[in-house]
Structures are given as structure tokens and as C-alpha cells.
Design a protein around this ligand. Structure first.
Ligand SMILES: C[S@@+](CC[C@H](N)C(=O)[O-])C[C@H]1O[C@@H](n2cnc3c(N)ncnc32)[C@H](O)[C@@H]1O
Length: 314
């Protein structure tokens, strides 16, 4: 190939290829602070590389080539949409059905059972649960399946004089289930609402659950409408003060690990206020309330852990 053609080709390639913008340490710090203020996620040195990589992707998507213009966009009035997109790129959405079985056994066999007895004694029939940081829906659907099974079994032993509609609903009257599932990622919420999962994600779901709660559509498993209707999906940023109140149980698993200690403390305080007296908080396997709050009692049984709100004088 003649040298002139080679030069032309190189020039063409150079014009279409954008080299990734490398952020300086102070620039990264500024963005780190902005992300922390927006959602509580904390990127220390160990996660700086990940932050750098995701920022580069956003710059490319916005067709920007400097930190300065991108930061200006983020902090402008019009920047709200880009902040959402950036946060969405920074979240880790790893999840699975029936994650942490020992903890879920504790939830179903002890805590739910106690709660149902307590509620029935006060003739209160609504169970209010919140899956905070629900990702793509496996956690709230797991909870919904476990609650339906637990309620059916409870009802068998404690029938109530209420007319049973036909077909028999998943939640037998007079019981009601208010199950909210929230996340900061709209993409995760869309997938959760869709409720369609490939075989590779169904391994923890045994065949009885698959038969009862899923339909096979092509090579995917779709959550049945009757189960889906039990879960309300919504956007909530755990960094804000306005969070869903009066919960009997909150699941917030594998979310706090991305926050620093100060933010974890603030979040646990908020959860305390979002729970009914005697309500329960479930956190992830690698998380604990140790050193974060003394306003919860730890319940640990057969490798499963939960925390119960203690009533303390204000
Ligand atoms: C690793 S997933 C955990 C999913 C599920 N709870 C589980 O344990 O399998 C963490 C989720 O927390 C969400 N998240 C992170 N920061 C958040 C915030 N400030 N507010 C709400 N959700 C947040 C992420 O979008 C992500 O879907």
C-alpha cells in the first residue's frame, strides 16, 4: 500500500477512535464525592479502577472528551438524567433466588410464624415487607413465594371463619400482603417487573416452586401473574430521608457493603424508624449491625441472622 494511503487510513482511524480519558486523582475524588452524596456508594482506592472504567464509559456515551465538560453536565440542572445513568452504571446488581438459605429459613420458620401469631392476637391482618435494593427481583419473588407457602401452612393450622374465594388466592383472607421492592437502578427495576429468568438463574428454585409460581415461556421461566401481583416495584434511593414507613420486616441485603461506615450508620437509623415496634431487619451474609447500632437485638439460629428492633425511650 502506498505511504500516502497508509497515512490517510491512519488519520481516518485516529479521527474515529476516541482514546479513553484518564482522570487525575483530584478529578476522581470530586466524582467520588458526588456519587457518595447522591447515593451513599463509597469508592475507596480499591474500587477506584472500577469507578474510572465506568466513568470512561459514560463519557463515551455522552460523546465527551474531558472531565471538565462531564462534571459541568453532572452538576447542571439538566444533569439529573446523566446522574441516574452514571449511578446505574456503578451499581452491582448481583443477586439470586433463595440467596442465603439459612437466613431465609429463619425468616420463614421462626420470624414469620411469630409475626403471624402476634398479628392474629391483635386482629391485624396486613403483613408489610420491604425489599430495599431488590436488584432484578429474585429477592422479593423469593420472599413472596416463601410467604405464600408459610401463610398456607399457617392457615391450615389456624383456619379463620372467612369465606374463601374461588379460585383460592395465594394469600388467604383476611390476610393481606403489602410487599414493596425498591432499587436505585431503573434497568434493574424493569427486569424485576418483567420477571423472566433464564434456566441458568433457576438452579436454586426447586421443581415444586417452579410448578407453582412460574410458567415456562420458550427457554425462560416467567413469574406467574398471581405471584407478580403481590410485589410492587418502585424507585427509592436509600440515601434520601423519605423512605417507606411502618414495615414489619425489611430486607436490605448486600447493599450496605458498598457504603462507608458513616453512611451505614445513617441507613440503619433510618431503617429503625421505618420499622414497626418489634419489626425485623435482615442484612447480607457479609454485613452486620455490630458497631453500627445498639437499637437492635440479634437473633442467630442455625447460621441464619436477623435483627429485631428494640424499643428504647427516645
Ligand atoms: C448486590 S445487589 C443486592 C440484591 C439483593 N438484595 C440480594 O441480596 O441479592 C445491590 C443492589 O442495591 C442497589 N443499590 C445500591 N445503592 C442503592 C441506593 N442508594 N438506593 C437504593 N438501592 C441501591 C443496587 O442498584 C443493586 O441492585
Amino acid at each position: 500500500m502506498p505511504a500516502a494511503t497508509v497515512r490517510k487510513k491512519v488519520a481516518e482511524i485516529m479521527a474515529t477512535t476516541t482514546l479513553p480519558v484518564l482522570f487525575t486523582e483530584p478529578e476522581l475524588k470530586l466524582l467520588q464525592t458526588l456519587v457518595y452524596q447522591e447515593c451513599g456508594m463509597f469508592f475507596d482506592e480499591r474500587r477506584a479502577h472500577f469507578l474510572q472504567d465506568r466513568l470512561q464509559r459514560r463519557l463515551k456515551a455522552c460523546q465527551m472528551d474531558s472531565f471538565h465538560s462531564y462534571y459541568q453536565l453532572l452538576t447542571s440542572r439538566e444533569g439529573k438524567k446523566e446522574i441516574s445513568a452514571l449511578l446505574e452504571n456503578l451499581t452491582v446488581n448481583e443477586t439470586s433466588f433463595f440467596r442465603n438459605r439459612p437466613q431465609l429459613d429463619l425468616f420463614q420458620k421462626k420470624i414469620l410464624e411469630d409475626l403471624l401469631h402476634r398479628k392474629q392476637a391483635h386482629r391485624e391482618w396486613t403483613l408489610k415487607l420491604w425489599s430495599a435494593g431488590c436488584s432484578t427481583g429474585q429477592e422479593p419473588y423469593t420472599l413472596a413465594m416463601m410467604i405464600c407457602d408459610a401463610l398456607a401452612y399457617y392457615y391450615l393450622r389456624n383456619p379463620l371463619p372467612f369465606e374463601m374465594p374461588s379460585p383460592r388466592p395465594l394469600i388467604p383472607p383476611p390476610w393481606r400482603l403489602d410487599l414493596l421492592a425498591s432499587d436505585i437502578s431503573y434497568a434493574a427495576l424493569r427486569a424485576a417487573q418483567e420477571g423472566s429468568y433464564p434456566e441458568s438463574q433457576m438452579e436454586p428454585v426447586d421443581y415444586t416452586c417452579r410448578l407453582r409460581y412460574f410458567e415456562k415461556l420458550g427457554d425462560r421461566y416467567a413469574v406467574k401473574k398471581s405471584l407478580k401481583e403481590l410485589v410492587q416495584f418502585d424507585f427509592h434511593n436509600l440515601k434520601t430521608e423519605y423512605l417507606p414507613q411502618r414495615n414489619d420486616i425489611i430486607f436490605c441485603r448486600n447493599v450496605m457493603i458498598y457504603f462507608d461506615e458513616a453512611e451505614q450508620k445513617r441507613l440503619v437509623e433510618k431503617f429503625y424508624r421505618c420499622l414497626n415496634p418489634g419489626g425485623y431487619l435482615f442484612v447480607g451474609h457479609a454485613e452486620s449491625l455490630f458497631g453500627l447500632s445498639s437499637r437492635f437485638r440479634m437473633i442467630h439460629e442455625n447460621n441464619g441472622t436477623a435483627y429485631q428492633r428494640i424499643e428504647v425511650p427516645a
